[in-house]
Design a protein around this ligand. Structure first.
Ligand code: URP
Ligand code: ZN
Ligand code: ZN
Length: 469
């Protein structure tokens, strides 16, 4: 068989486990997996791992802050370039509806932006904040049927949240049209109550942000969500879970038969509220919601990763530049109520998960592939085109040097945030070469993918078999 590219003699992480062999690529697809393959263009991967290209299924790109007013730092070009350097070959950001917007027009707008600028493949979650009659009857069913198979709902933020009635209505449409519902689960009233107490005590510096989002806010929202899910039998994924209590609640719901899935993010595995115990605006760099917790929580979340409680580890990349256009919002000294929530993470996600997971012996290479790519592909309807090394799948691959030690620093990141909350953390394991649909787009420090090369991915159906729930 004539091949365009052969990646030779790597440890290939297949669904059934790692195998030392070659991967042959033709016309952008994985044509064959075996021994002794040859082509004019060969990459020697001996001593390295060949993994499915990562899919970052939770990132905010060219989106206004959930608090309003401020735009995220990246555009589709810088975000997808940064994602590629971090070992990813696809991203799933949000088509973010604001109240009053037509969701169809929102999706068309985001599609045009990404088609002009994205370096790697993409699709969108449909973010519904204003479920009008017209949206529920026409727009949402049509968009899902077109292949946008996930719907995002917020239970928090004044500008974004929907009522329980509206959640149930959206869940019914998702159920009837084969879509997954993904939810930011925090009780907004609890957050408002805790915020008022902090403000009354004069505790308004950014370092108080975690105290304004107590664990109970997440626990209550997840409990409520499990109840709603028992009324409407629809698959639901809880985004960015940050507390063991809420994860335990989800485990119980699964045991009762709920189709509930769980995501967490590297910030909850590597950072704690102690990182924010600094006076003044530097703490704003770490403001995200749910907030950073404590080290006992961190260990419990790592255990959940090992115990298959979590299905996906995504970045929740949502950075704002650390200046008056972003985190400092026109003021050198913003209060925690003003600071837009979100951190950069597209490029650091996979090295952090690999290092803390695989290099530390907590998870296997197979599990890493599931958490970083395969499960997202299944949950969002992209499987088996994406997320797996198999004949016929897109040749989306990342070649990793499992022993390479890297110190994470803002200066080596390719996003537009200008800082990383992981500054100074040493990781072991790095994606050295990234291949998107058969083309080498990252090789060491060099990058070869023009903006607009990324393709829109539309999904025919969800493919939930094989994901833990
Ligand atoms: O702090 C976070 N997670 N920012 C992103 C917006 C959101 O979904 O909460
Ligand atoms: Zn969120
Ligand atoms: Zn988010």
């Amino acid at each position: 068989m004539e091949l365009d590219l052969v990646i030779r003699d790597g440890e290939v992480v297949l669904p059934e486990g790692p195998r030392r062999c070659d991967v042959g690529v033709r016309d952008g697809l994985i044509a064959t997996i075996g021994q002794g393959l040859g082509a004019d263009h060969e990459i020697d991967a001996s001593g390295r791992l060949i993994l499915p290209g990562g899919i970052d299924s939770h990132c905010h790109i060219e989106q206004e802050s959930s608090l309003g007013g401020v735009m995220t730092a990246d555009d589709f070009a810088s975000a997808t370039r940064s994602a590629a350097f971090g070992g990813n070959t696809a991203v799933i950001p949000f088509a973010c509806q604001r109240k009053g917007d037509s969701l169809t027009e929102v999706v068309e707008g985001y599609r045009a932006l990404a088609e002009a600028k994205a370096h790697i493949d993409f699709t969108f979650h449909l973010m519904v904040t204003d479920p009008t009659e017209a949206l529920l009857r026409r727009e949402l069913p049509d968009l899902i049927d077109q292949g946008y198979r996930s719907v995002k709902l917020y239970m928090a933020y004044e500008l974004m949240r929907v009522s329980d009635l509206q959640m149930l209505q959206v869940m019914e449409v998702a159920r009837d049209h084969d879509a997954l519902v993904v939810v930011h689960a925090e009780n907004w009233d609890v957050i408002q109550w805790a915020t008022a107490r902090l403000v009354a005590e004069g505790h308004t510096e950014p370092r108080f942000h975690p105290s304004s989002h107590p664990p109970e806010a997440e626990l209550d929202a997840v409990q409520r969500l499990t109840c709603l899910t028992s009324l409407v039998d629809v698959p639901v994924l809880v985004l960015h879970m940050s507390t063991p209590g809420a994860v335990e609640e989800l485990r119980r719901a699964r045991a009762r038969g709920a189709r509930m899935y769980a995501e967490t993010c590297p910030q909850y595995l590597y950072l704690t509220a102690r990182n924010m115990e600094i006076s003044g605006p530097e703490a704003a760099k770490f403001c995200c919601s749910p907030p950073l917790r404590d080290s006992a929580t961190q260990e419990a979340l790592w255990r959940g990763i090992g115990d298959r409680l979590f299905d996906v580890v995504s970045s929740d990349h949502c950075p704002y530049s650390y200046d008056e256009r972003g985190k400092l919002v026109n003021s050198a000294n913003p209060t925690f109520k003003q600071v837009p929530n979100g951190l950069p993470g597209l490029e650091a996600r996979l090295p952090l998960l690999f290092s803390g997971g695989v290099s530390s012996g907590r998870i296997s290479l197979q599990r890493f592939a599931e958490l970083s790519a395969t499960n997202a592909a299944r949950l969002y309807g992209l499987y088996p085109r994406k997320g797996v090394i198999a004949e016929g799948s897109d040749a989306d691959l990342a070649i990793w040097d499992p022993g390479q030690q890297v110190r994470l620093e803002a200066s080596r990141m390719h996003d537009a945030a200008g800082y990383t909350p992981y500054e100074g953390i040493e990781v072991t394991g790095w994606p050295t070469t990234v291949i998107s649909r058969g083309r080498v787009i990252v090789d060491g420090d060099s990058f070869d993918a023009e903006p607009g090369r990324g393709e829109l991915l539309l999904a025919e159906a969800l493919s939930l078999d094989g994901v833990a729930a």
